[in-house]
Ligand binder design. Sequence first.
Ligand SMILES: Nc1ncnc2c1ncn2[C@@H]1O[C@H](COP(=O)(O)OP(=O)(O)OP(=O)(O)O)[C@@H](O)[C@H]1O
Length: 260
Amino acid sequence: MKFENVEKRFGDNVVLKDLNFEVAKGDRVTLIGPSGSGKTTILRLVMTLEELSGGYIYVDGEPLTHEVRNGKRVELGEKAQKQIRKRIGMVFQQFNLFPNMSVLENIIEAPVHVLGQSKEQATARAMELLESVGLPDKADAHPLELSGGQQQRVAIARALAMDPEILLLDEVTSALDPEIVGEVLGILRHIADTTDITMLIVTHEMQFARDVSNRVMMFDGGKVVEEATPEVMFTNPQHERTQSFLQAVLGNGEDQTGTR
Ligand SMILES: Nc1ncnc2c1ncn2[C@@H]1O[C@H](COP(=O)(O)OP(=O)(O)OP(=O)(O)O)[C@@H](O)[C@H]1O
């Protein structure tokens, strides 16, 4: 995945400007930075939930939404966009399950309607995934009958049911009670350990970032101000903005990085 001269504005508010970076297959990249620095916007752009104001995002060398031919902007056809989009999965802070569908229906919806799997095939895979997230007996439950942690585990299973090449994780534990954060992060760690899915992660859980990612990018003012391995970023950040951000996040006396 490649970001080339990416710009995103909301009205006069320039959130991302001239953003350039590449994410190799299998990379696990954590985005950190102060509130409002555009981390969620980056994930939403990749998911095509937001439109680019300028520049390009490429997935496997293919433009996500449009290309420029002979100096003119040409939108990708709907079919081509769908082809790319179905390779990307996202898990949101607020779960975003369909409340009127059962857990099983939530998981098989896209495999059946987007990938064209048979209901039997999709159901068999969904049951495997429910097993792997520790919820084999909840297939017929409705999301609102489940705890937040259980709903988030269903959301993870739903994303995996599409066999995504890229998984976007947006503050997936922020809406959860502290005692169940660990179980959800444990499942994501397992996915990171056992698959080669490329991950873009926005999280305040620095220990999780340290365990799972191989790269950490610090955003500020719409740009990447520093990039490093988690070991370096959390122990020896170079940029003054990174230092003050990490001090604010980690300066509560608790060691979230496992470095002290
Ligand atoms: N739909 C929208 N309409 C207008 N402004 C928006 C919209 N979405 C995001 N913004 C603005 O874009 C900026 C970046 O927001 P974004 O949510 O990407 O930041 P963030 O780094 O993820 O912050 P946080 O850590 O608080 O989630 C903010 O100034 C926000 O107000």
